[in-house]
Design a protein around this ligand. Structure first.
Ligand SMILES: Cc1ncc(C[n+]2csc(CCOP(=O)(O)OP(=O)(O)O)c2C)c(N)n1
Length: 663
């Protein structure tokens, strides 16, 4: 039993968290107080009594992770970071939601120390937490004594909103199947969302939903009951097999005169209501004021625990380095992301090779996966088609946590968000794969990876109407333009095996943002003049007419480069029109080149340039006056016939160029 003093300290500290939420949202006149006010006791119990992380070293690899999936509760997280000593000052709290502050509207990874994941798009936080828990489990199995190197919990906080999002079920199902017992999800069941009570929108039994997904479920009847909250977290940590969901019943906007109403969800409380709430909390201090006792409570109950644990870890690490020097060196490479040391040699390809770029990519993955012990990846049930299996390693599972091949199941969105969590965790270099058309399912997580500067890699195959029989549902059109329009995403569409290996190298060298490899299903000829190295420059010449200056240029990507070469030869032979072909595997890499290099490649006037890509022409107007592409959906049929139907044969392309020139 807690003594009276300890109980008072708990209440005062919870009051301080709630008051800081009210002060931040009140001063900013913006933000979401409702859920932070009701869930403050649960987060207090977690941070004060369990979460082990060192505010002086917020990136410590073995810290417990905390993902605020309900990212709109940022004021709650900032209050905790302030009180726990992460260097977030009272002035920072006073700048809540102001431009360039350390306390932006939703938590941003990389901006504010102690924020383990960017959050705000509801549901994704749960999947990111699942990714972190997968990483911990996998890493434990990848080292001689992995549990000495990686041994922590992953906590996640969500509300009704996250659980209404479909991605939550994808992630929950995956976590249960993988037996991620170190994952603990606190579900604040305040029965309210933005527009109204949850009775308007959901009737399912969330508890049985988790049970059906093979989770351990605990319940706390009253979100203000500190003793029950502590005992629930304690029990959750003991789970030997299943991940745990702690369902906490609470009242949104606790303390407000509007408590229980969605009106408290997303608008600051009126001044007199905030005062009323502070009275309810028995918190009698001026705005933005916290008594020393509370700071002391967090210092002793959080910062000191974290510092002690980190120091002990580092002491043990020194011993580990002596006991297992090779393992330790590998650990350092893995956590520092030193992939360069583990790159395979690019092979010499047979000049007559005709290989789908998905196959070339699969060969790269096989060679790299063998060399790089911290390479890990998989696909959403299409590994056989996307060639995304690392051979020689079992599928990752509870029985085989050392497996580096991940079977994500048909859960594309969660797959991409889980990858984000794995990368946020650190210690792994990952890739995920699916058909390019289903990149749309991954899109919100790709955007998240780009925001978080994560080096995620996507292997997207079946990249055009050449897919054929599967028809328009499976034939990407607008996906290239969409990805290229997303800031901080680098897209590669290699033309042959050499470019594919080059694209993989470039993707692995890109450590501050995601890379997407867009690959063909159909075989593509090895180009005599292509090379792996030039992929990094984004565009280079693969064909120039001999002894003549070219009059026109075709800029093409992927499978259309060989098509452009054929068309150029027809134009030259039959019509004496000299055309240069530029392979443009990455528009983003090209944009990063010097103006001189760009001018050297695009040396002809704008109106003399054609772009050729079997996809939406949107965006190509920047590089070429004439854009040959596909601004309608594809068709189902034999691949060759579909290509013919849309005029993607060398003869047709040559003809279309001639027609354009006559205009
Ligand atoms: C994907 C996504 N859709 C919509 C929103 C807008 N939004 C923010 S909070 C919220 C309601 C969340 O409800 P709940 O999780 O129960 O939080 P509470 O109302 O308890 O604060 C909505 C719809 C969002 N942030 N993300």
């Amino acid at each position: 039993m807690k003594d009276d003093l300890a109980r008072k300290m708990d209440n005062l500290s919870i009051g301080a968290i709630r008051a800081l939420v009210l002060d931040q949202t009140g001063k900013a006149n913006s933000g979401h107080p409702g859920m932070p006010l009701d869930v403050a006791p649960a987060t207090y119990c977690l941070w004060r009594y369990f979460l082990t992380s060192d505010p002086a070293n917020p990136d410590w690899i073995n810290r417990d992770r905390f993902v605020l999936s309900a990212g709109h509760c940022s004021a709650l997280l900032y209050s905790l970071l302030h009180l726990c000593g992460y260097g977030l000052s009272m002035d920072d709290l006073k700048s809540f939601r102001q431009t360039d502050s350390l306390t932006p509207g939703h938590p941003e990874y990389g901006k504010t120390k102690g924020v383990d994941a960017t959050a705000g798009p509801l549901g994704q936080g749960i999947a990111q937490a699942v990714g972190m828990a997968i990483a911990e489990k996998a890493l434990q199995a990848q080292y001689v004594e992995g549990k000495r190197l990686f041994n922590h919990y992953t906590y996640c906080l969500c509300g009704d909103g996250c659980l209404q999002e479909g991605i939550s079920q994808e992630a929950i199902s995956m976590a249960g199947h993988m037996r991620l017992n170190k994952l603990i999800l606190i579900y604040d069941a305040n029965q309210s969302t933005l527009d109204g009570p949850t009775t308007d929108t959901m009737t399912e039994n969330v508890k049985t939903r988790f049970l059906a997904s093979e989770w351990n479920v605990l319940e706390v009847a009253d979100g203000n009951d500190v003793a029950s909250l502590i005992s629930a977290i304690e029990n959750a940590r003991k789970s030997a097999v299943f991940p745990t969901m702690i369902l906490v019943h609470s009242v949104i906007g606790f303390g407000s005169q509007n408590a229980g109403s969605h009106k408290t969800h997303g608008s600051p409380l009126a001044k007199d209501d905030a005062e009323h709430a502070k009275f309810v909390y028995d918190y009698n201090y001026p705005e933005f004021t916290v008594p020393d006792l509370v700071y002391q409570n967090f210092r002793e109950g959080f910062a000191e625990r974290g510092a002690k644990a980190r120091l002990a870890y580092e002491e043990d690490l020194k011993k580990y380095a002596v006991e297992h020097p090779e393992d330790y060196a590998r650990y350092l490479d893995a956590i520092n992301g030193e992939v360069e040391k583990y790159l395979p040699e690019i092979p010499t390809f047979d000049e007559n090779l005709k290989e789908a770029t998905r196959v070339s990519s699969g060969n790269f993955i096989a060679a790299w996966g063998k060399k790089c012990p911290f390479a890990m990846g998989g696909s959403a049930d299409v590994a056989g088609s996307t060639k995304t299996t690392i051979p020689g390693t079992p599928a990752f599972s509870n029985e085989h946590p050392e497996g580096r091949d991940i079977r994500f199941g048909i859960r594309e969105f969660a797959m991409a968000a889980v990858q984000n969590g794995m990368l946020l965790h650190g210690g792994l270099r990952t890739f995920v794969g699916t058909f390019f058309v289903f990149s749309d399912y991954c899109k919100a997580a790709i955007r998240m990876a780009a925001l978080e500067d994560l080096p995620a890699i996507y292997v997207f195959t079946h990249d055009s109407i050449a897919v054929g029989e599967d028809g328009p549902t499976h034939e990407p059109i607008e996906q290239l333009a969409g990805l290229r329009a997303t800031p901080n995403v680098t897209v590669f569409r290699p033309a042959d095996a050499k470019e594919t290996w080059g694209a993989w190298e470039a993707a692995l060298a890109n450590k501050r943002g995601p890379s997407a490899l867009i690959l063909s299903r159909q075989g593509l000829p090895l180009l005599a003049t292509s090379n792996s190295e030039s992929v990094k420059k984004g565009a280079y010449s693969v064909y120039r007419p001999r002894h003549h200056r070219p009059k026109y240029q075709i800029l093409a990507t992927g499978s259309e480069v060989s098509l452009a070469l054929e068309a150029a030869k027809i134009l030259e032979k039959k019509h004496k029109i000299r055309v240069e072909v530029i392979s443009m595997p990455s528009l983003e890499c090209f944009e990063a080149q010097t103006p001189e290099y760009k001018e050297k490649i695009l040396h002809l006037p704008y109106e003399k340039r054609f772009s050729l890509e079997m996809a939406a022409t949107y965006g190509w107007g920047k590089y070429a006056k004439h854009n040959i592409g596909l601004d309608v959906f594809g068709k189902s049929g034999k691949s060759g016939e579909v290509l013919k139907a849309f005029g993607f044969t060398a003869e047709d392309i040559a003809e279309r160029i001639l027609i354009s020139l006559k205009k």
